[in-house]
Design a protein around this ligand. Structure first.
Ligand code: GUN
Ligand code: ZN
Length: 435
């Protein structure tokens, strides 16, 4: 079988960098090579030392950087036509813009069209894996998984379970939500690179009976992820607590129904009490930072550094949360994340930021043995980045002397124009889009 050798400036993280000069946390080769065979990285290192075979095809990406593909830990594919909807906070935004847009996904053709557009956009932005919310309609999840399978992409997704506080066209019921979820798990979970996330949308749109059903599914399928929303804005928290008066607090609701744990991804987690943060930490749950969404909807400022440094640190991930989030790009997301953290008087250094968007998110999703680094055995899901992609970036690059500065420039000024190529299982997927 032909092997491909990708040559370029390779960067991969070994562990979370503690500081900007924590050089042993990553491996960087100024003239590096990745040998790719059957969709996976089989060797990595300096170009001069990696063993090559006579038939190997070499693709030279120098002087660009080659990193593991970006990972998005929370996005809503049915919200592509919601992104940039003006003037509302979370609950009004959901009712005014989001729920009407989601009703259209009863139509399989619409679901298929948007699923394809969503994965195109991910590839355009250098994102190779995402944890995705679909709509209540099972066909929306079928559409996303089918399109991901066609492209060989590693994707986590689930139909939202919601049986109240939403238009009738968007509600299931506890039994139906359970049965449809179980059928989708059977159809897609563990099939190739697809994984299922049990997805009770949030406590407001699920009755206690539906939360019971979601918990039963999580117990029956411990290998599946659970994804939901938690502690995003004040009005949401007040309404949630009024609907579940016996659970103590918002996190306590998910605990009550067995929905916390190492496979559980909680979007937002902005306004957690110390008790709630302890509960998430103790259970190994993941708090997902969605900066562009939090700023756009005015939900609040996620305190990444506090969660990282507390006595019981939180496992964390970073995500776009499209379409409450305003950009598909993890570069743009890191930029906004930096600003949100700066508003707390703290700094997120670029080494930590790029770790988070690659290996850090892979670890948060429990997928670091598959994706998120350039280690041999991982899938060749890669992004090739050009820090001189625009005239302004080129000019700024004239003054850049370190890798950390280059990464920070990429996140501050970069977007899809800086993504030269995106490889999915060794296949150049961005070039294929243009064709
Ligand atoms: N909470 C419940 N549903 C949603 C959603 O679609 N987006 C955001 N940002 N928060 C939510
Ligand atoms: Zn969300």
């Amino acid at each position: 079988m032909t092997r491909t050798v990708l040559r370029g400036r390779t960067l991969t993280f070994r562990r979370a960098p503690e500081r900007i000069d924590d050089h042993s946390a990553y491996a960087f080769e100024d003239d590096g090579a990745l040998v790719v065979e059957a969709g996976r990285i089989v060797a990595a290192g300096a170009f001069s030392t990696v063993a090559r075979l006579p038939g190997d095809a070499v693709i030279d990406h120098r002087p660009h950087l080659i990193l593991p593909g970006f990972i998005d830990a929370h996005a809503h594919f049915p919200q592509m036509q919601v992104i940039g909807s003006f003037g509302a906070e979370l609950l009004v935004w959901l009712n005014t813009y989001t729920f009407p847009a989601e009703t259209r996904f009863a139509d399989e053709r619409h679901a298929a069209r948007i699923a394809s557009a969503f994965l195109d956009e991910m590839v355009r932005q250098g994102t190779t894996t995402s944890a995705v919310y679909c709509t209540v309609h099972p066909q929306s999840a079928d559409a996303l998984f089918a399109e991901a399978a066609r492209r060989g992409m590693a994707m986590i997704a689930g139909k939202v379970m919601m049986d109240r506080n939403a238009p009738p066209a968007l509600t299931d019921d506890a039994q139906r939500g359970h049965d449809e979820t179980k059928a989708l798990i059977g159809r897609w979970h563990g099939k190739g690179r697809r994984r299922y996330a049990i997805t009770p949308r949030f406590a407001i749109t699920s009755t206690p009976a539906q939360m019971e059903a979601a918990g039963a599914l999580a117990r029956e399928f411990p290998d599946c992820h659970v994804q939901t929303h938690l502690s995003e804005n004040d009005a949401e928290i007040a309404l949630t607590n009024s609907l579940y008066p016996d659970c103590g607090d918002y996190t306590g609701i998910y605990e009550r129904y067995g929905l916390t744990g190492p496979k559980s991804l909680f979007g937002h987690c902005i306004h957690l009490s110390e008790r709630e943060a302890d509960a998430l930490s103790d259970s190994g749950s993941v708090a997902v930072f969605c900066p562009t969404s939090n700023l756009f909807l005015g939900s609040g400022l996620f305190d990444y550094q506090r969660y990282r440094r507390r006595a019981k640190p939180l496992r964390m991930a970073i995500a776009t949360d499209v379409g409450g989030g305003t950009n598909y790009s993890l570069l743009r997301t890191l930029d906004e994340g930096y600003k949100a953290i700066a508003a707390h008087g703290e700094k997120l250094d670029p080494m930590r930021g790029f770790w988070q968007a690659t290996r850090g998110n892979a670890e948060a999703l429990g997928m670091a043995n598959e994706i998120g680094s350039l280690d041999p055995g991982r899938f060749a899901d890669l992004v090739v980045l050009d820090a001189r992609a625009t005239p302004a970036m080129r000019l700024r690059m004239e003054t850049v002397t370190t890798l950390a500065e280059e990464l920070f420039l990429l996140q501050t000024l970069g977007d899809d124009r800086a993504v030269v190529e995106t490889y999915v299982a060794g296949r150049p997927a961005k070039a294929a889009l243009a064709a």
